[in-house]
Ligand binder design. Structure first.
Ligand SMILES: Cc1cc2nc3c(=O)[nH]c(=O)nc-3n(C[C@H](O)[C@H](O)[C@H](O)COP(=O)(O)OP(=O)(O)OC[C@H]3O[C@@H](n4cnc5c(N)ncnc54)[C@H](O)[C@@H]3O)c2cc1C
Length: 408
């Protein structure tokens, strides 16, 4: 009978990824491109995994994220008709107050460059899955729930439950199983979890007036609202409120819902009609104490689960996948151990440096905009004026939103 300390047993795959969400699939594609064999274990059934349904999220993609999705081969699976260029982002503290406007930082000679692109999460997931399914080096295993991961000096063994319980031996396990990652918890890695005690409701609304590809976000007493453009006369409504209010809005009848939304958005886009399912997300942000353990790396929301206000969770998740794959590829090409502590340490150091400042800044902004006491209201208004009056600050934020740094 084999034991977990059988050092000489060949691994089933070089890397095993727990969680086939967008970041897990992106990591699989990056590792496959470097010549490694990869398995991806996903608890959802195969049909749901391949064709995920609309989940309300519209993901704002930076230039860097788009370039990476192109390089990974996933972008070609996203139909042009569902990619919405974002020309401007406008932030307000209330109607009539001074808005802060972000426009693309256009290189000389380029007049039409957008600030970024909006694509719905399910279309991104679908595209990544379609590309992964075409790669012979990637084994996609649906309907599988990972129960335990055991590490020894040379390999790790993943035990799974599902239609066919199995155990798989690998050199490196990647936990990409979301912000409440069971794999992170079982590895004994703690996390800073910040509960904003708010929920976010997202859905698609058709409207009579054009949005001009402008994203609007404003802060009124007791609520934060964003309207994100999607192609056609439609926008994604993103409404942040206390949980009880969101629960009520999730269930009220459609005409009453439309009327309430129009009132909440101040009739900015004319008559509005709900044209999708409604989805609610609790606002809990997560930052793992460590991004690595023995033969284990954390990626995506399992490592850093951002507040959506700065639209960077997936962008940062993609970056983490890129950094980890690059470190693993170097070790692999040199015939070294791809799951060694040295490889994981280099990944952790780089990914922490890339994510910590943005995570802290995002939480600061989110806190400022979810409290309505007078000092917070004053700070909000002042914050927008100061940011507008300081071109270097505004340009730094624009640079962060667009992220034009080349994909590695
Ligand atoms: C409303 C909203 C708006 C957002 N907007 C933006 C935006 O504009 N820009 C941006 O960059 N980001 C945005 N984000 C964040 C982005 O959606 C997430 O960062 C991203 O989806 C995280 O991907 P992931 O693959 O790490 O995790 P997930 O998408 O959570 O995927 C985890 C996967 O793991 C699987 N799984 C879990 N446990 C197990 C197990 N034990 N065994 C097997 N499989 C398992 C799950 O089924 C799931 O498929 C937004 C988020 C929200 C909620």
């Amino acid at each position: 009978m084999s034991t977990f300390s059988d050092h000489d047993m060949a691994p089933d795959h070089d890397v095993t990824i727990v969680g086939g969400g967008p970041v897990g699939l992106a990591a699989a594609l990056a590792l496959d491109a470097a010549g490694l064999s990869v398995s991806v274990l996903e608890r959802a059934p195969g049909a749901v995994w391949a064709e995920p349904s609309f989940d309300g999220r519209e993901i704002a993609l930076t230039y860097h994220a788009r370039a990476l999705l192109e390089r990974l081969g996933a972008w070609r699976h996203i139909p042009e008709s569902v990619i919405c260029p974002l020309n401007e982002a406008r932030i307000e503290t209330g109607r009539g107050n001074h808005p802060l406007i972000f426009e693309a930082d256009r290189p000389a000679g380029i007049r039409e460059a957008p600030l970024g692109w909006l694509v719905s999460n399910n279309m991104i997931r679908r595209a990544l899955y379609a590309e992964a399914a075409e790669r012979s080096g990637i084994t996609l295993l649906p309907d599988v729930t990972v129960e335990t991961v055991r590490q020894d000096t040379a390999t790790a063994v993943v035990h799974c439950q599902g239609a066919q319980p199995r155990r798989m031996r690998t050199r490196l396990v990647i936990a990409a199983d979301g912000r409440f990652s069971p794999t992170r918890r079982r590895a004994g890695i703690g996390a800073v979890i910040h509960d904003f005690e708010r929920m976010m409701m997202v859905c698609r609304m058709a409207h009579d007036l054009p949005h001009h590809n402008v994203a609007l976000q404003w802060f009124a007493e007791g609520q934060t609202i964003a309207l994100l453009p999607v192609n056609g006369h439609a926008s994604s409504l993103v409404l942040t409120l206390p949980p009880a209010e969101i629960q009520r809005l999730m269930h009220i009848e459609q005409d009453a819902f439309n009327a309430e939304v129009m009132e909440r958005v101040g009739n900015r886009l004319g008559a509005m009609r709900l044209v999708s399912t409604r989805h609610a997300y609790p606002l809990k942000c997560v930052y793992a104490h460590r991004f690595a353990a023995r033969r284990l790396a954390l990626l995506g929301d399992a490592a850093v689960g951002m507040h959506p206000i700065t639209a960077h969770g997936f962008n940062l998740g993609l970056r983490g996948a890129e950094v980890l794959a690059a470190e693993v590829a170097v070790a692999f090409s040199r015939g070294q151990d791809i799951g060694s502590a040295a490889v994981l340490h280099r990944f952790e150091k780089k990914h922490r440096a890339a994510t910590m400042p943005l995570f802290a800044a995002t939480n600061g902004i989110a806190t400022l905009y979810t409290h309505d006491a007078a000092p917070f209201r004053l700070l909000r208004s002042l914050g927008l004026r100061v940011a507008d009056a300081l071109p270097p600050l505004k340009s730094a934020v624009t640079g962060m939103l667009m992220d034009r740094s080349p994909a590695a």
